[in-house]
Each structure stands twice: as structure tokens, then as C-alpha cells.
Design a protein. Sequence first.
Length: 207
Amino acid sequence: MQTYPSKLLEQAVNELGKLPGIGRKTALRMALHLLKQHPGEVEALGNAVIKMRNEIIYCKDCRNISDQELCAICASPKRDHTLICVVEDIRDVMAIENTGQFSGVYHVLGGIISPMDGIGPQNLHIEALVSRIGTGDIAEVILALPTTIEGDTTNFYLFRKLNDFKIRLTTIARGVSIGDELEHTDEVTLGRSILNRTPYESGLLRK
């Protein structure tokens, strides 16, 4: 077991090691790096993280992170507000925005249905999506969820939930490989998948 010359260093390593993808060795390197920095730089880092955690809010319409009640995308008059792209989380919004191929708005579910992980429809922002569509102002909903079993399960649940609305329901083209997450897909492939989206029902017929 690792021994530390300082309890304060050990505490810092323990906290850094809780971050995703950070093992104890990496956490130790990070802690020692911070220890060498000017106190003002470390304080700025700490303050930025605390400010982010305490002051970032979620857009009341799409559930994307925001500094205001409405995120910049939902507040923009240049976006097509009749077109909603449904994604798993905030990283997917960033990935799609980086393609420059989508001009609509988003709806962030906050996850996907995964019974193995104890995540059901009630744990996601699905009813908020239904409410948005219920206004009658939405023409098309794009399902842009991961091409995994859990993603397909969530797509089908949403299809059943939204099928009675008079909207066009589409899904991204399978240029995204099976099992891939959107954030790891290159921008060109992801952009083409958005542009070449297909009616969701046609995918059901092929299965």
C-alpha cells in the first residue's frame, strides 16, 4: 500500500483519484504537479471548479448545461426550433455542434434506459420531451442516441411514446458504427449521420 509523507497529499490524491479514468498513480502525479505550481494558479483552478459546480444550471427547455435559464442554443433566433435532436448527455450536444451540420435545438435525456444499471424511463428527461412536443410546435424529432443495445432500447421506448404525435420521427444514419458513442465519433461521420438521417420506422422494418 502506498505511503505518503503528508496526510494532506494523501487526501488530495484520494480526491483526484475519484475522477473518471484517473488511477492513484496519475492522481499522485497530478497532486505533485499542483504542489509545484504558484499558489495563485492552484487557487484559480480550485475556484473555477467550485464556481462551475455551484453556478452552472440546466436549460429549462432542453436540459443542456447553461449559465442562464435558457442555454445559448435554445435562446438563439437563428436555430430551427421546430427540429429537436434527442441525445444522451451534454457531451453529445458538444459533439454534434462541432460538426456544424445541425441547425435545430436539442433535448438532453440525461442518460439512456439501462435496467442493469437501474436506469428506467422515470430517471430520464422523457416527460419533459413529451411536454415540448405536446405544444404542437415541433415538426421533427431526431433520435441521436448511442448505437448500443441500451440506445436502441431507449429509441424504441421513445418511438412508442411519441408515435401518436403528428411529427416526423427520424434516427441518425448508421454511419456511426454499432456500439459507438457519439462523442467518440469523428465529426465528418457524425455530421453525415445527422444529414442522412432516416425515418425511425424504416429501421424497425429491417429488423
